[in-house]
Design a protein around this ligand. Structure first.
Ligand code: ZN
Length: 145
């Protein structure tokens, strides 16, 4: 599998893709969301457990390209233990990153997700990288109902 991204980043992406600590389903989910990206054939099934406004656990399953699965894994890593406000801040920064923001690419708050900065140069893959975040936004709506 080859991606037009720098090799150190590529390794990090493939690490998340091949063996994510966040694969599976949470127990007693507050929300369960299926998201599809028909442009690339990516599927994500996300389950989230929320207690008192904090995302206690979030896990994903599904299949698709390395970018979609790695980005979902990185998203889960960031969301666990956070409030929705904190998650929104990171989600907005990640969206900036996908729009090519160099400032976002230097933002340590994004952690491993900065490895996906090169995706901004591949407009058709941005949806792959956003799929997990889109699922999480939908899960937030469900959990609030
Ligand atoms: Zn994809």
């Amino acid at each position: 599998m080859s991606l037009p991204l720098e090799s150190v980043y590529q390794e990090l992406i493939l690490k998340h893709y091949r063996s994510s600590a966040h694969r599976g389903e949470v127990e007693e989910p507050s929300a369960a969301v299926a998201e599809r990206n028909p442009l690339c054939g990516d599927d994500i099934f996300l389950t989230v457990r929320v207690r008192e406004g904090i995302v206690e656990d979030v896990r994903f399953s599904g299949h698709g390209c390395a970018i979609s699965q790695a980005a979902a894994s990185m998203m889960c890593e960031h969301a666990v233990g956070k409030s929705w406000d904190e998650i929104h801040r990171v989600a907005d920064r990640f969206r900036d990153l996908m729009h090519g923001s160099e400032e976002a690419a230097r933002d340590r708050a994004l952690g491993d997700m900065r490895a996906l900065a090169g995706v901004a140069r591949l407009p058709r893959r941005v949806k792959c990288a956003m799929l997990g975040w889109d699922a999480l936004a939908e899960a937030e709506k469900q959990a609030a109902e």
